[in-house]
Design a protein. Structure first.
Length: 278
């Protein structure tokens, strides 16, 4: 079975849970940015949690089924041409599923029963936009191969989820270079705005600059997902799914792993705050 991509939308990639364990080679984890929504989509079609699915930025994707196919769409709130969010949808041969523009949130996940069966690279089918690993971004006319259906069947027909907050607050722990800033707690009292320059590598924030107490060079050091790195502009960059494994700017704080799914749904122009995890 195959799914035909009629329109790829604004930006669509194949993702799974990534390729952890290769940081020593300079290869990041990558994988789905909103891992909770990704796992839910797979669960709704009876797939294993890590089966490859589509990550769709802002919607706009149109798929056509070649055979009877079960899919599910989760994540950002967007209108669908058939069915609804957070529940299984049956597509008949030749039938199309269209995702409209997301009304809230940024990323949708489309799982298909059997998973997207593209060749794995370093044990993962994820598209790493920074490292250029995995399958290329989805384009119009592409035929996506579908793997064998799992033995298990979906056990739920709807999984309601709470609406995304209009003013997200992300929890942070102190970073290794907190002492490089004259007033590091300013991070917690500032309202930041998500820049249009944000992507899967990092979420760039605009707002008042964080003043540096030290201005000397910092040798590159390891970074983890959620690192808030502060470049010379003084405005933080939140490292996300495709972040580099090292960075040369001081990390003032690190967003809690459990809050990275919410960070993945931040839209350009949206405001965000940080608070201490403790």
């Amino acid at each position: 079975m195959k799914l035909e991509v009629v329109r790829p939308g604004f930006a669509t990639t194949v993702q799974d849970l990534g390729r952890p364990g290769h940081a020593a080679l300079g290869v990041g984890r990558s994988g789905a940015a909103d891992r909770g929504s990704f796992r839910l989509a797979n669960r709704l079609v009876g797939n294993p949690a890590g089966a490859a699915a589509l990550e769709v930025t802002l919607g706009g994707l149109v798929l056509r089924a070649s055979a009877v196919t079960t899919v599910a769409v989760t994540g950002a709130c967007c209108p669908l041409s058939k069915g609804g969010l957070n529940g299984p949808i049956t597509l008949w041969p030749g039938e199309e599923l269209a995702l409209g523009t997301a009304e809230s949130g940024l990323r949708c996940y489309v799982a298909v029963r059997g998973g997207i069966d593209v060749p794995p690279v370093l044990g993962s089918r994820a598209t790493d936009t920074l490292g250029k690993l995995g399958p290329p971004p989805v384009t119009a006319g592409m035929l996506l191969p579908i793997g064998p259906a799992p033995a298990a069947f979906p056990v739920v027909d709807l999984a309601p989820r709470a609406a995304l907050p209009a003013e997200p607050v992300l929890r942070v722990t102190p970073g290794p270079r907190r002492d490089w800033f004259t007033a590091p707690d300013d991070l917690l009292s500032t309202v930041y705005t998500v820049s249009p320059d944000s992507d899967r590598v990092g979420i760039r924030l605009t707002g008042p600059a964080l003043a540096r107490a030290r201005h000397d060079e910092l040798p590159s050091e390891a970074c983890v997902p959620g690192s808030l790195q502060v470049p010379p502009s003084g405005r933080p960059i939140l490292f996300h799914a495709d972040h580099p494994t090292t960075g040369g700017y001081p990390v003032i704080a690190v967003v809690e792993e459990d809050d990275l799914d919410l960070a993945a749904q931040l839209r350009p122009g949206q405001t965000v705050r940080f608070r201490s995890a403790s």
